[in-house]
Design a protein around this ligand. Structure first.
Ligand code: GDD
Ligand code: MN
Length: 366
């Protein structure tokens, strides 16, 4: 048997796409012609057993690979890991749900091979590109606004920076990979932001098909991730997506705290009792929301959630002491009360964030 290394690695993130995989492999086989290719399905342990289907396909066809990830979720992270597993000169990223038109792949790869561009984007919004079906009117408007905002972050005009369909030279990807944010939906946008001005970008039009099987995973969380990504890139990486989420959750917790405190006092509890009840309730709600939102990709469940909650109480308790310590020290050093107050909150919140990331939800902080 003659062994040929792939020229292109197609990275396809999957979550509950079992019905679509056999079709996609057949379509790739038909469309790629002479170009040696492989496809890597990066599956986040889909309940519908997508990874089993992928591994079965792999048994029959060595061009099919599957990376089953356990204990985490995320479209961008899945694409990053799949792309990192490639040794081919070119990488293409596309959805596994057949919405992206695979027939433009050879044209995309040709542009890279002829060195006309370093990144080629499959675009719904140039030339003959389109996306009438499969996109609700509301999402179409949101997509327009998002595209405008994105061009600020990437410092150039690209017709479809939110596309999940693109190809690039592997060397470009290897260079930016360590800087990419793994939580999120918009990996191309992040790559364009990280390579600002240093790469040549081309676009190829395609028609975004409507989904036949399965459901879209785009949700409010994906929306929040997108905003977080914009802030992260606009602040030059100073404010991370997670940190931003953690702070928003903290602000919600503060509001909840004040409401509970007020209700407690109105119902005749003494200040100290009401304050204690409000503190426990706010900390618990902060933990739960952070677990669902800020750390949704590493959600704690069952007993580990309980353990996490207890650790979170301890972290917040120490954070509160740090807060009071710093604020009091600044206050006695003749700072105005509000500067001292804010400084205390900032130090306390940053402490909580850092320690939570280390002890409660263990992972890198981005
Ligand atoms: N591994 C993994 N983990 N895959 C995921 C996850 C996840 O958490 N969430 C979604 N996917 C996979 C889906 O199975 C699908 O193959 C692909 O990522 C896209 O998800 P969809 O839920 O179908 O997204 P969409 O159709 O609403 O939006 C897509 O197309 C837009 C236009 O190109 C995405 O690619 C958007 O980023 C893109 O803007
Ligand atoms: Mn889709």
């Amino acid at each position: 048997m003659q062994l040929i290394s792939p020229t292109v690695t197609v990275v396809a993130p999957t979550f509950n796409e079992s019905q679509n995989l056999p079709r996609l492999v057949a379509l790739l086989d038909k469309t790629m012609g002479d170009i040696p290719w492989e496809v890597v399905f990066v599956d986040d342990d889909s309940p519908d057993g997508t990874w089993k289907v992928a591994k079965q396909l792999s048994q029959d066809d060595p061009r099919v690979r599957c990376l089953r990830r356990v204990g985490r979720r995320g479209l961008a992270g899945a694409c990053i890991e799949g792309a990192l597993s490639s040794a081919a000169p070119y990488i293409a990223v596309m959805d596994a749900d057949l919405q992206h038109d695979e027939t433009i792949l050879p044209a995309m790869i040709a542009k890279l091979q002829k060195d006309e561009a370093d990144i080629v984007i499959g675009s719904r919004f140039v030339g003959d590109g389109s996306a009438e079906e499969g996109f609700s009117a509301r999402r179409a408007v949101a997509s327009k606004i998002a595209t405008r905002l994105s061009s600020i972050v990437i410092g150039r005009q690209v017709s479809d920076p939110m596309s999940g369909f693109f190809a690039l030279k592997r060397e470009v990807f290897e260079t930016v990979a360590p800087n990419l944010i793994s939580s999120g939906f918009k990996i191309l946008l992040d790559i364009l932001a990280s390579t600002r001005g240093q790469v040549r970008v081309a676009e190829v039009a395609y028609h975004f098909r409507s989904r036949q099987e399965g459901l879209s995973k785009f949700d409010s969380r994906a929306m929040m991730d997108f905003l977080g990504l914009l802030v992260y890139r606009l602040t030059g990486g100073a404010i991370s997506v997670r940190f931003l989420f953690f702070m928003i959750v903290g602000a919600i917790g503060l509001a909840l705290h004040l409401i509970v405190l007020r209700i407690g006092m109105l119902s005749g509890l003494g200040f100290e009792v009401a304050q204690s009840v409000a503190t426990v309730i706010a900390m618990t709600s902060n933990f739960l929301i952070n677990n669902l939102l800020t750390y949704s990709d590493m959600k704690l469940k069952g007993l580990s959630a309980l353990g996490g909650l207890l650790k979170f109480y301890v972290v917040c308790g120490v954070g509160a002491l740090a807060n009071i310590g710093v604020a009091s020290w600044m206050f006695v050093s003749n700072e105005s009360w509000w500067i001292a107050g804010i400084a205390g909150v900032v130090v306390g919140a940053t402490f909580n964030y850092t320690m939570s990331s280390i002890f409660v939800w263990r992972q890198q902080q981005n």
